[in-house]
Write a new protein. Structure first.
Length: 295
């Protein structure tokens, strides 16, 4: 049985840990409100813009004009954008991203990976640290993007990916991130960034949109598609940010509950140890008194 001093030290340590987890939960909750508002505001806009983007891309592909954004090439080199967090203590948030990237490579790009033609672009320090230790090419120029997450910083990353695709450095670009659903639920997503995926063909002709272009179809394509791709990447980053805060809030809440349960057990152990010590002292006193009587 541990001594009273040891049990008391453990109780003090758990109380200190519980205070830290409570504080981290409150900080994550405050950040979650802000990040949740941002993703809620941009998501309808991004979804509508993505629909317009795919329709415009398909219309351009069917015309005589050239649209490199939706150009389908033989897949030889692949870029996977892995969006993680900068810090830990957020449950399985980051490990899900790593597993998602591994699953994507195993299912779709196993041959390219074997040839060394798969490159990872990590966004978030945890992804950068993880993939830097693996046998894979890493582009770490945007690993610290979450330290100052703005539309301009996201646009710079999107421009890098668009230029690399246009120059033929990569034949396909995919993004792996956690989509925010609610505080307790994050959905792992793997979405194709480039080439732009045309809308799925459907027998329902009412879903087909015929656009009137002004000033011209080419100018609209050249102007709107890059902006739409930047918005799509920015939405993925905001989704990941909100998911991270939700995951951290849930993890810290669970840690606080676990600390409370541990405190109950430690206090019970402390009381039992204390009672055992008191009983032992009483027995020693009684034994000493009996020895004096018999002397």
């Amino acid at each position: 049985m541990p001594s009273l001093k040891e049990v008391k030290g453990r109780i003090t340590s758990v109380i200190s840990t519980q205070q830290i987890t409570k504080a981290m939960k409150m900080v994550a909750a405050a950040k979650l409100r802000k990040s949740q508002d941002r993703i809620t505001q941009i998501r309808p806009f991004a979804q509508k813009l993505a629909s317009i983007l795919s329709n415009l891309s398909a219309a351009q592909s069917n015309s005589d004009g050239e649209n490199w954004y939706s150009q389908q090439r033989e897949v030889r080199n692949v870029l996977i954008v892995a969006i993680s967090s900068d810090r830990g203590l957020c449950g399985s948030f980051n490990s899900n991203i790593f597993k998602g990237v591994a699953r994507l490579v195993e299912e779709k790009y196993k041959n390219e990976y074997a040839k060394g033609h798969v490159t990872i672009l990590p966004i978030g320090r945890k992804a950068n640290e993880y993939f830097a230790k693996r046998k894979v090419a890493v582009v770490s120029d945007y690993a610290t993007l979450f330290s100052n997450l703005t539309f301009d910083s996201a646009s710079a990353a999107a421009e890098f990916m668009m230029n690399a695709f246009q120059q033929g450095k990569y034949d396909k670009i995919e993004i792996v991130y956690n989509e925010f659903k609610n505080v307790a639920t994050q959905i792992l997503r793997a979405e194709q960034f480039l080439p732009v995926v045309p809308p799925a063909t459907s027998q329902n002709t009412s879903t087909q949109v015929d656009y009137i272009y002004q000033p011209s179809q080419e100018e609209i394509i050249d102007g709107l598609i890059p902006k739409s791709l930047k918005v799509q990447l920015f939405k993925s980053l905001l989704d990941s940010s909100a998911s991270e805060n939700g995951a951290r809030m849930t993890a810290m809440d669970k840690a606080t509950e676990n600390a409370g349960e541990l405190l109950k057990q430690l206090r019970l152990t402390y009381n039992r140890t204390r009672q055992a010590a008191i009983t032992k002292e009483i027995l020693e006193i009684v034994g000493g008194a009996e020895a004096l009587k018999s002397a």
